[in-house]
Design a protein around this ligand. Sequence first.
Ligand SMILES: [Zn+2]
Length: 166
Amino acid sequence: MSTYTKKQVADLVKGDLDWDTVHLMLSMPKDNDRYKLYMEVLNENVDYDDKVILALGPRLNVVERKADQEIVVMCDCGHDFGDYRKNWKLNALIYVRDSEEKMEQIYPAIMAPDTNWQVYREYYCPSCGIQHDVEAPTPWYPVMHDIQPDLKTFFEWLEMPAPAKI
Ligand SMILES: [Zn+2]
């Protein structure tokens, strides 16, 4: 039996859940049904029919593609970033703030980081233009691969059947 309603999980995803309930969710052990409710809510919020199996971030999910059961990273708009084991950022549009002029678009003058030491790399969906991530590395640092989920172990832990192609 679920501890929370689907509406509460949907409000959590939207950022509309009241703080008392958020605090309760954070404080209590996770119930077994919350993953299913969470995935149902995410699936209702996307523009595609493929199955969301894990959230990577707001509007970015690991998805089982309906056509061929391949596991890919997908934007809520349906843009396919490719195999979930590879870094989706390498298939994103990347804007690098690597000059004083570019930093001053977001910081007041003299408040920005020195771009000889730190740059901002912004990652955008090539289809809908939403910003999915921002990194603040030193200029020479490689593109960060934030997470490579172990889906086999994850589904074992959930005690649920895993997608066919993991
Ligand atoms: Zn998109």
